[in-house]
Write a protein that binds this ligand. Structure first.
Ligand code: HEM
Length: 486
């Protein structure tokens, strides 16, 4: 027998089809608790969407260690071959709002929560190994320029390219984004990257700088602009549908995790600043080492509760893993939990998807909006004489050596660091066909810019990356603009 329908306080409801009225024709009665509660609750269903990465899809699964890495990190979940840890992964697009289409040219988020026995470890990455900027103070400006203009209410090519005109370091990521991998066919068919450099530290205290690469076992598949437009027209939710249906069918997507490891002593003299997020470490310098397998095998039961309310923060580390001095990462260590306190409230870590699963959170954080009484009558101060939770005295990560004075600095450049070398390398790596498509994609967008000076500044960046790249793009833009005028 089905359960009885009740109000939110549990009282039985007699009629859920008709409002209570004064006589058959109405008006309605303010004493109709079911009507008032239902309408009021409905008005409060929406919460603020994420300020970026609003549109996303999530799934549960596990991570299994396949190769020994305990010589590099004392993270317990990576301690031995065969060890499995439950995970939750949320994929996303960046610029679109909650209802935006999936199949667009935009980086994809790859946010992974490992529910380890030593607490939750969040690795909040993208499907691109680099990013547009290298100082977090530019992030709000960057995102403003990519989203809707405050006056016209639509994305403006002028704003997008004006920001990039003032941000030469973006040339590498722009080359990536407008290339063949810029529109993934689905979330299953793309790689994930931690992007930043992080720190691993082993039992003896030896530290390494590490970069994470999750390679899709489904193979990389992408769409070109025309295919993507068709997909968007037919199904705005194509990535969500694909991921959900694959898991429902039992076709579980998986990724192989590799890392690049740099002994700490090598960082200072490496030809690229290893903490500059606009640069990669070429594999010839630091080869990929296999770590394990990530498998997604379970859909969330409820998208709002588990995907919309999921919260990832790059400052959720576990023993054996820590931040690097990458300025972008440092900014992110603040931004995420702050966003979540606004978006979900101070008690969001108590929600099932965000709470630890393989251990429990024990601390003296208390009360706040929608607190549940998780600490019972336990003392709410520390230290105490009542056997309350106590500190371990063991730092999670290794200390990082410093030098210099406080001040505002540009990100230091190493011998091979300029804003263009790696963009040029990426261009030169591409096949003739891919170069042609890249130039077509870029020209199509850049030619929409209304101001010559913005176009010229941007073209100068591509010339600096590779003369062939710059001159071909310049010709393609000129041709399109001539067409617009005629
Ligand atoms: C300083 C630069 C950045 C700032 C200030 C920033 C800030 C934010 C904020 C506020 C959110 C929303 C969080 C929430 O409401 O839960 C977010 C989401 C996200 N960001 Fe960033 N971000 C930055 C750079 C990056 C970079 C470099 C990456 C990837 C390497 C990245 C990946 C993501 C992902 C994947 C999400 C969505 C997480 C989820 O699925 O819930 N962000 N970012």
């Amino acid at each position: 027998m089905s359960k009885i329908l009740t109000t939110e306080s549990g009282a039985p409801i007699a009629d859920n089809q008709n409002s209570a009225s004064a006589g058959e024709y109405g008006p309605l009665l303010i004493q109709d608790q079911q009507l008032l509660e239902k309408l009021a609750r409905f008005n409060r269903e929406r919460i603020p969407e994420r300020v970026v990465h609003a549109r996303g899809s999530g799934a549960y699964g596990y991570f299994e260690v396949t190769d020994e890495v305990s010589q590099f990190t004392r993270a317990n979940f990576l301690a031995s071959v065969g060890k499995r840890t439950e995970v939750f992964l949320r994929f996303s697009t960046v610029a679109g709002n909650l209802g935006a289409s999936d199949a667009v040219r935009d980086p994809r988020g790859f946010a992974l929560k490992f529910y380890t026995e030593e607490g939750n470890y969040d690795l909040v990455g993208n499907n691109t190994p680099v990013f547009f900027i290298k100082d977090p103070i530019k992030f709000p400006d960057f995102i403003h320029s990519q989203k809707r203009d405050p006056y016209t209410g639509v994305q403006e090519a002028d704003n997008v390219w004006d920001f990039w005109a003032h941000s030469p370091a973006s040339t590498h990521q722009i080359t990536w984004l407008f290339g063949d991998r810029g529109i993934p066919a689905s979330y299953r068919h793309m790689n994930g990257y931690g992007s930043h450099t992080y720190q691993w530290v082993n039992e003896s205290g030896d530290a390494f700088w590490v970069k994470y690469h999750f390679k899709t076992n489904q193979g990389v598949r992408s769409l070109d602009g025309g295919q993507a437009a068709e997909v968007v027209g037919a199904d705005a939710d194509s990535h969500q549908r694909d991921l959900h249906q694959a898991i429902e069918r039992g076709v579980f997507p998986s990724w192989t995790l590799y890392v690049q490891l740099m002994p700490v002593a090598e960082a200072a003299d490496y030809r690229f600043n290893p903490f500059d997020l606009t640069k990669v470490w070429p594999h010839a310098d630091y080869p990929l080492q296999k770590v394990g397998r990530l498998v997604l095998n379970k859909n969330p039961e409820n998208v709002f509760a588990e995907v919309e309310q999921s919260a990832f923060s790059p400052n959720n580390f576990v023993p054996g893993i820590g931040p690097s001095p990458d300025k972008m990462l440092q900014g992110r260590l603040f931004a995420y939990a702050d966003a979540q306190r606004y978006r979900l409230g101070v008690n969001h870590t108590l929600l099932a998807v965000n709470a630890p699963k393989a251990t429990e959170a024990n601390n003296y954080g208390r009360d706040g909006l929608s607190a549940v009484n998780k600490s019972g009558r336990g003392k709410n101060y520390e230290p105490n004489s009542y056997d309350g939770p106590a500190q371990t005295d063991a730092a999670l990560a290794a200390p990082v050596a410093l030098n210099g004075h406080t001040g505002t600095y540009t990100t230091p450049a190493h011998t091979k660091d300029d804003d263009f070398f790696q963009a040029g390398e990426l261009f030169r790596l591409m096949s003739a066909g891919e170069q042609e498509r890249l130039i077509g994609n870029l020209a199509g967008f850049l030619a929409q810019v209304s101001r010559d000076d913005i176009i010229e500044k941007n073209l100068a960046h591509f010339h600096a990356a590779d003369e062939n790249y710059g001159s071909r793009l310049e010709a393609a833009v000129a041709k399109l603009r001539a067409g617009q005028e005629s």
